[in-house]
Write a protein that binds this ligand. Structure first.
Ligand SMILES: C[S@@+](CC[C@H](N)C(=O)[O-])C[C@H]1O[C@@H](n2cnc3c(N)ncnc32)[C@H](O)[C@@H]1O
Length: 291
């Protein structure tokens, strides 16, 4: 039974659900944790349009939410404006983008995201996509690998790790998460503290495989297309690359007076929430409102 505990769920519901009979977007449905809570607080006429790239997550979300007010689509949140238009919706009352990956995806070794569980080097959110993490490490050039480890992992030894991978794959392709971990450890050393030294390498590969930052960059554009006046969008980020992008784009939007930053500082989970769900520790919430 896979789980994902929705982060800052009540806080997000309080920020977003200003119209009990409104139409909402959950851009990253995952296992439907946030949406289930939203629907429990919304009225019978309300609707939530849920999106996820991951068809397996989407199927589980539909079963778990089990509510006709959820319209779930296997698509990127970038397609939300088109899907809403196709359903005759001109504007929504709120939208959530809970970025990154769910606990379910990390915990299932077959998805190949985990540094602690051996599995195929996959890392695709959308399992219908052809590009996998294995293809990236086994076919991309030295410079490209160095670039993603530096830009998406902020890894100081990006060049050395890229070099170690290119050398190792001459003997045999890297096929599993532990193959990659072993090669990265030849440069970064074994795990000593709580966090494995190759965590940033795994993050970088995941971001590259799913074009994550290219999507995150477009979140504010999607928000401007779908929100009604007075409506709010909430974005939960989990690392500094995502947060910086959202922070700067939100500031730029708010500069012309048509948008308002609802929270001056990011909202972060309480100590109690982090104790109960350690994966919440790096979460930061930003909320913006169309004036
Ligand atoms: C942190 S989880 C969401 C968890 C969800 N809020 C819940 O309570 O269960 C992020 C989800 O976003 C999905 N995802 C990532 N990028 C996406 C994109 N561009 N479009 C749609 N879904 C995306 C992932 O597949 C993952 O299921």
């Amino acid at each position: 039974m896979w789980t994902h505990i929705p982060i800052l769920a009540n806080e997000i519901a309080d920020f977003l659900l200003l119209n009990p009979q409104g139409v909402y977007v959950d851009g990253t449905l995952g296992l439907g944790g946030h949406t289930k809570l939203f629907l429990s607080k919304l009225g019978p006429q309300a609707r939530v349009f849920g999106f996820d790239k991951d068809p397996h997550a989407l199927k589980m979300a539909k079963e778990r939410v089990n509510d006709p007010r959820l319209i779930a689509t296997h698509a990127s949140y970038l397609q939300a404006p088109d899907v809403l238009a196709a359903n005759g919706v001109n504007g929504v009352d709120g939208a959530l983008f809970d970025l990154g990956l769910s606990s379910y995806q990390v915990d299932d070794p077959d998805r190949g995201f985990s540094i602690v569980r051996d599995g195929p080097l996959d890392m695709r959110f959308d399992t219908t996509q052809t590009l996998t993490a294995a293809q990236i490490v086994n076919t991309w050039g030295l410079d490209e690998l160095e670039r993603i480890f530096r830009d998406f992992g902020e890894e100081h030894r990006a060049a050395q790790v890229a070099h170690a991978i290119v050398t190792a794959r001459r003997t045999a392709p890297l096929q599993t998460t532990f193959d990659l971990k072993r090669v990265a450890e030849t440069v970064l050393g074994p795990q000593r503290g709580r966090v494995h030294p190759a965590t940033q390498i795994f993050q970088a590969l995941r971001i590259a495989c799913n074009q994550e930052l290219a999507c995150v960059e477009q979140v504010p554009g999607v928000i401007t297309q779908i929100l009604k006046p007075g409506a709010r969008a909430a974005v939960l980020t989990f690392h500094s690359l995502e947060d910086r992008l959202i922070k700067n784009r939100f500031k730029a939007l708010a500069a012309d007076g048509k948008w308002r930053l609802v929270n001056k500082h990011t909202v972060v989970p309480s100590r109690a929430e982090i104790c109960q769900n350690p994966r919440a520790r790096s979460a930061k919430l930003r909320v913006i409102e169309r004036v």
